[in-house]
Design a protein around this ligand. Sequence first.
Ligand code: GLC
Length: 565
Amino acid sequence: MGEQGGRAPRDDAAWWRGAVIYQVYVRSFADGNGDGTGDLTGVREHLEYLRDLGVDAIWFNPFYVSPLADGGYDVADYRAIDPAFGTLEQAEQVIREALALGIRTIIDIVPNHVSDQHPWFQAALAAAPGSPERARFWFRSGKGDAGEQMPTHWVSSFQGSTWTRTTNPDGTPGEWYLHLFTPEQPDLNWDHPDVRREHEDILRFWFDRGVAGVRIDSAALLVKDPSLPEVPEYPVPGAHPHVDRDELHDVYRAWRAVADSYDGSRVLVGEVWLDDAERFARYLRPDEMHTAFNFDFMARPWSAKELRDSIDMTLAAHRPVGAPATWVLSNHDVTRPVTRYGRADSSFDFGSKRFGTPTDLALGLRRARAAALLTAALPGSLYVYQGDELGLPEVEDLPADALQDPMHFRSGGVDPGRDGCRVPLPWSGSTPPFGFSPSGSTSPAWLPQPESWASLTVEAQASEPTSTLSLYRAAFALRRAEPDLGDGPMQWLDARDLGDDAVLAFRRGPRFACVVNLGPVAVDLPPHTAVLLASGELRDGRLPADTAVWLRTTPASPEFPVPSE
Ligand code: GLC
């Protein structure tokens, strides 16, 4: 592999500040062995696709040994690959072969909890209350005369309670243990030195195998108030019993020291869901994480005002700590942008997901394409979830017996869950599994693909110049070639000069501008010498509704100034 053209990875220490990072959900990317589940062989077979797409790094969702109670976020062994996905040798091979093509690897570390099948938790269950084995978790007696009431009323991120009661060897009810997610994901006690040591060791294990970074799952949840109080109605920032506690910063400072002890820039990327932008930015101080996902932007509706507010707020929050922003349109947890932007309410909120929400997919696709050019032009790094480059919609009519996500089940079936964004990728051909599994394999894909995806396969889109795949490829090639894209300053242009306040327009450097029309009518373009790329066809030189364009601009003038820091 790699003969026709490795590409040297960007070798500067700041590669991560402007990188395009592609998220691979291994189970649904490509199935190399024909069992209907994606695997590392499938990833290896498609590395050249990722090189041609023009990404700088891959982020792999967890691929470790796991009973898959939560899609692999229930890890039983952090140093071994689940046999469904491959072997450790194959992971090492993928890391090496990707790098030979110029692509770095970021892995997913899950520090808040382990699988209930993890040896530590099994040992804790087998040990007595008060034992050292139980001290690595949150085991507590229940309240009430017979300990029949759970220790707190904390609500799970997956709805429902956060405590499960154990059973003693003699069959009587025992202690309770804490799980912010499912009962199969017991929370670790981050006050315990074993827990800290073990995770630093896991980081070393993977850095030693050449990974360039880690994505830190549920990064703001690890530390708990050991007195386990109830959650106050209006928690003061930093005083919530299990979210964003100040002690977390020591954990990430220690991780940063581990990362910095390696050659090259090994990066820490946080999954940090916090409304408070200033509290969020604290995780990005120079001796903590490098970057964190910008969920504020992702959750906003398709509105120029909303998105501009989010961009301004994001850049203002990052500036004092010197960290670059990240731009994320989706991931394996949220509704695909093509579907979300095709709805009357195009914001994202876990709590409001419902079956049967009316959706205009053609509108959603136009907007998702425009959003792709917008985010690829903003300053900072960019995350692309597999399949978004194909314009895949959320699959909302999966058969009930195919659904697997605990979010669906724990909501009593009200929340459709996250399976709809995890359907295996369509690569080629005109019938399922669309090249996801090798030809002739008899096991169906683990989640069924819609027949209508025949027109969305990589094969169908690769040679079609107006396809979403071609748009993404062109955008990433330009982004790589344009010196002012990626990390760096931006400057808003006064969109009112363009005749509409539903327009976002900004400059990157003296020769490049991005203009996005989020309104319902076509608008004029600012002065330019060439159209570099557009998410839809321009009409009479005007930018239609829900379309974005990248322009080669005329030199700076007072009306059209050059950005400065
Ligand atoms: C993160 C992951 C999500 C997982 C949860 C619990 O939010 O992105 O998929 O279910 O953590 O680990």
